[in-house]
Design a protein around this ligand. Sequence first.
Ligand SMILES: [Zn+2]
Length: 418
Amino acid sequence: MSDYLLHCRKCGSYLRVEDCISCEHCPDALLRSEFPDLRFRVERRRGIWRFNWLPVQAPREGSAAPVVYRSERLGDRLGLKNLFVAFNGFWPERGAQVETCTFKQFEAEVVLANAREQGKNGLVIASAGNTARAFAHLSAQTGFPVVIVVPCMCLNEMWYLKSATRVPTAVIQDGDYADAIDVAERIARVSGMPFEGGVRNVAKRDGLGVVLMEAVSAIGRLPDAYFQAVGSGAGAIAVWEMAERFLLDGRFGERLPRLYLAQNLPFAPMFRAWKRGERRLASVDLDPGLIEEISTRVLSSRYPAYAICGGVYDALTASDGNMYGITNGEMAEARLLFEEMEGIDIVPAAAIAVAALQKSVKAKEIASDELILLNITGGGEKAIRREGRAVMVEGDFISKTISQEGIEELLCHVLKRN
Ligand SMILES: [Zn+2]
């Protein structure tokens, strides 16, 4: 763990860490954390806190980590000699102990630890599903207060661990993920608890970048190509930023992994903009009606970090990557294939990445001997459900047009209950 500075990719300024989520000169640029420690180190701790490039000084003991392994059967089936899977979920037989069954648990670990060290009194979180479960779990485990805002349209894909059911959760009846973000920002202003910041929060991206640190520590070098499904794009940007640190270290490769990212058709605004060769997302591709038609609501962000300096467009360009659009049918087939080959169930969003891998093999975009890292962003839910530990989310239903008085009442109600 180390001290770090925030660096603006656009103007090159260095900023102090306190409460800073964007450069005052460059509202259209992401900041990234820069660690004085340029060498990658794996320390004698457990879980994700073994790695040195995290913006936390004194982490709590123990935390689950990704499991990275070489795939035999799926690799054979696809004709790939060096296919590695980063499994983020619950699969005790393989040593995977992420009980929330999502890589967002690493994000929640790092964001909450970072917020605590910065003296914040709590956080307001907006989520389309997995992030909510991860933050609820970590809040319940660590006692750090959070208020979570989710859209109702994502509820039927959502669940909490039984131990986290009392974490305050507001459900937007009449809106999507973008509305949840808007309401979360308003709740933050009324409650005095800061908004978590979404993709602009460096702690969030560094937490998601744990997947690449785990992979490099397991494999010994950077992959040639990396596959992941994207909603907000935070996970993909995180991998790019983490790969840049490995290049600076110099011992793990000389080229960025090519990022192969995928979205669920027909709601695929980044895929469509990339295919047009444009940095700008088209409003027609952001139509909320399209969200109703996709199987993976967790990927339904209408505010993805695509055009912003240091965002997905720049990550794809810098890494010579590509994007794929995956239909619901292709997703469902890939999901079955993965479970059949690897012996573990995966979430729909992870199957989007598997389907993208199949497409890129078919299109001969990757060579059979290249080192491929497939990010299975979530899986193992069946075992958690079998153990009876997954429960429906029971939140307080509110409208996206809730008034200031309404928010005050809600806070009074949910905070008193806890
Ligand atoms: Zn700047």
